[in-house]
Ligand binder design. Structure first.
Ligand code: FE2
Ligand code: FE2
Length: 345
């Protein structure tokens, strides 16, 4: 598998060659100076996304490279706010170093082989949904507001997909083609939508829950990536920072015209528990809305079946068992109703 390595710094080329060759032959190209070949392999972009000129050059290059299925961007850890920018430019994955690129390429190669052997590849709508989340996170990371219409569009796409194909395919594809916070948001929205459809909610209520899920963790766009993507458990100080994301999300969204009060409530309170032990407001059960109760169940389940750097994903059975054991925190009849979604959908 060839790797076309596109960089704005020729000095980086020897290091990337040392990390990847001979397993992955590297064809280096200097951004803005040399034409890109159309590889059957992987495009790796390693350029300074803080510079508008570089971003424009990458945009120009990417226009003609739709056929390349895998587009890895190298974004260094201390520039975490540029991860969303990378996805908005068309990245299918982000790595933080040459060493990490080597292990990522192994995964990419395995996925390509699987696709070539006839198994399902990542569909275009999945990429579109990932891009929509990336654009929203990128806007917030750049100090802009998001457009409610973007959130509505991606929510509608997810509803249509789950309605037509069920949850299983959605979960498989999201876990195969997206990572980190985007993966989490896509999973939560898919699960919440499947939950609403399973309970035969009317379309407008499926959409209400879907919108709340789409936006529920938008506050994480302002949490440092060193915490968000930490390859280990958070220490207490980091945990405190992470726990700010519902309020940050609420503050980011509250002035957007036409955003509903229930969406704002869901963003702020999706980590509240019925026994008052949640955060940020330690709400008692009577003040936690039905929409939030549904979202919280979907959110916890999604988090449990995601892979984290420090643990394997739980099976759906084991994740559901944990929900059942959270007696007093979640609404028991709703957890029971969720069984079909967790195990079957
Ligand atoms: Fe959250
Ligand atoms: Fe979440």
């Amino acid at each position: 598998m060839l790797v076309c390595y596109l960089t704005d710094e020729p000095g980086k080329i020897p290091a990337i060659r040392a990390a990847l060759e001979p397993q992955y032959p590297v064809v280096p190209r200097i951004l803005g100076q040399e034409p890109i070949f159309a590889p059957s392999g992987v495009l790796m972009v390693d350029a300074d996304l803080r510079q508008g000129e570089r971003v424009d050059q990458i945009k120009h290059v990417m226009k003609d490279l739709d056929a390349i299925g895998e587009r890895l961007f190298v974004v260094h850890r201390h520039l975490h706010h540029l991860v969303a920018q990378a996805y908005a430019l068309g990245a299918t994955g982000v790595v933080h170093s040459a060493k990490q690129a080597a292990s990522k390429l192994t995964q990419v190669e395995a996925a390509m082989r699987a696709a070539e052997s006839g198994r399902e590849a990542g569909p275009a709508w999945m990429t579109d949904c990932g891009k929509a989340f990336a654009a929203m996170f990128s806007a917030i990371g750049n100090g802009k507001t998001i457009h409610l219409a973007d959130a509505e569009t991606v929510t509608s796409q997810i509803i249509a997909s789950i309605d037509q194909n069920g949850l299983n395919g959605w979960l498989d594809n999201v876990r195969k083609y997206h990572e980190g916070t985007f993966q989490h948001c896509l999973l939560v929205t898919g699960i919440a939508v499947a939950f609403a459809l399973d309970m035969n909610f009317p379309p407008q209520d499926v959409k209400r829950l879907g919108m709340a899920a789409t936006l529920h963790d938008i506050g994480k766009a302002r949490i440092p990536l060193a915490i968000l993507d930490k390859p280990g458990r958070l220490d207490p100080d980091e945990e405190d920072i992470m726990k700010q994301h519902p309020v940050i999300g609420y503050d980011l969204l509250k002035d957007i015209p036409n955003i509903s009060a229930e969406t704002l409530d869901a963003v702020k309170h999706h980590h509240e528990y019925l026994d008052g032990s949640g955060y940020p407001d330690h709400l008692p059960g009577g003040q936690i809305s039905d929409l939030v109760r549904l979202l919280t169940i979907s959110d916890i389940f999604a988090a449990l079946i995601e892979s984290r750097p420090y643990r394997q994903p739980l099976s759906r059975q084991d994740a559901y068992k944990i929900l059942c054991d959270m007696d007093g925190k979640l609404e028991t009849p709703l957890v029971k109703a969720f069984r079909d979604v967790a195990m079957v959908a």
